[in-house]
Ligand binder design. Structure first.
Ligand code: NDP
Length: 332
């Protein structure tokens, strides 16, 4: 008997338009891989918005099942590291882009791409964190590796603060004892951000202007930047001597209209953060830190629950910067 399961399937018609809808598909259509996972939860990240909708050059072929992250239970495994019943988490490796992803009741992937569910987290919590939160933790770790400590005289800046990366970054930094300045274009989210631990709200407009002076006063001990573009360029000139910016995202643009002066005269570091190809050891370290340093009550305050059917609408919303916190997709 053919086993069927539900999935969000994106198709592309002859004139290049994509369409996403929940369908029942046969298990024999799953891609190659050595571990089959019964997906319990997935999430919505910025990249998912692209893969549910226009593709953004990320999706290799159609029909496609998006979902760049998932957590669930191993159903069958040819990989000796995993056995049926094990709880696992996947982020990155171009799953949900080049390979079918987590917006389905079943996924089949390489064992190398999985990590065991971190001790202390449920599959629901792991996906409330998801790729965005995992990346926020990588950014915090990179800033720490470059000397950031909570006793710095200035606060740490987080841009795109009400989004997924930003929300988790604010909560982790605050819990570690940092003063956190949260940049948002949505003043109505101020209470939400102070609830996560932000000690200062910075209106997006304050950082929207392009660089006029290459160095401004040293306002921030460091920064986690989900926005890029003119805002990142501006922030570089406001970082304290020897401080670092972890560049995570491009919600505001991929250009960097900056000067090199902050690097040369203030020893500022620009640290690139990639979550997709991170080595397994770094992944295990980041997930262990998440379980330890992210208060679960604050994580819960970020959660916006959703079903597969909601994703076409929410995918468009995240591309417009209209999502607050983390959309958690209940797949099972
Ligand atoms: P979200 O959409 O959840 O968050 C982005 C936030 O940025 C928004 O909520 C908004 O916050 C702000 N924003 C949106 N548009 C603009 C704009 N035009 N100018 C300034 N600010 C804007 O996305 P995610 O948190 O999931 O991802 C954030 C970025 O990080 C994306 O670019 C994503 O591709 C990238 N990313 C990179 C990863 C990596 O491995 N390097 C992994 C995960 C994500 P507010 O309303 O508060 O201003």
């Amino acid at each position: 008997m053919t086993i069927m399961f539900r999935a969000l399937v994106v198709t592309k018609d002859d004139d290049g338009k994509t369409r996403a809808a929940v369908e029942r598909i046969a298990e024999d259509r799953l891609p190659q891989g050595d571990v089959t996972v019964a997906v319990e939860y997935s999430a919505l990240n910025y990249k998912d918005g692209l893969c549910i909708g226009p593709g953004g050059g990320l999706v290799r072929s159609y029909p496609h099942v998006p979902g760049i992250d998932f957590a669930g239970r191993v159903e069958a495994s040819d990989d000796p590291r995993y056995a049926a019943g094990d709880k696992v988490v996947l982020t990155g490796w171009r799953v949900g882009e080049a390979h079918w992803g987590g917006y389905a009741e079943k996924a089949r992937v390489k064992g190398d791409w999985l990590v065991p569910l971190p001790e202390g987290l449920t599959t629901r919590q792991a996906m409330a964190v998801g790729t965005a939160g995992f990346t926020a933790m990588l950014a915090v770790m990179a800033l720490e590796d470059h000397g950031l400590t909570p006793d710095a005289p200035q606060p740490v800046l987080v841009t795109g603060a009400s989004g997924g990366v930003g929300s988790v970054a604010v909560a982790i930094l605050a819990n570690l004892g940092y003063r956190v300045a949260a940049v948002t274009g949505r003043p109505e989210n101020s209470d939400y951000l102070t609830g996560l631990g932000a000690t200062q709200i910075v209106p997006r407009a304050d950082l929207a202007e392009t660089v006029k002076r290459p160095l401004e006063s040293e306002a921030w001990a460091g920064c986690i930047d989900a926005v890029g573009g003119a805002m990142l360029a501006r922030v570089l000139g406001q970082i304290a001597y020897g401080g670092s910016v972890a560049a995570v995202g491009l919600a505001g643009g991929a250009q960097l209209p900056a000067t090199v002066i902050p690097f040369l005269l203030r020893g500022v570091n620009l640290l690139g953060i990639d979550s997709v190809m991170q080595a397994r050891d770094a992944r295990l370290r980041a997930w262990a830190r998440i379980a330890h340093d992210l208060p679960m009550k604050k994580l819960e305050a970020m959660v916006r629950p959703a079903m597969l059917e909601d994703l076409p609408r929410l995918g468009a919303d995240i591309l417009q910067g209209r999502v607050t916190g983390r959309v958690l997709v209940d797949v099972a």
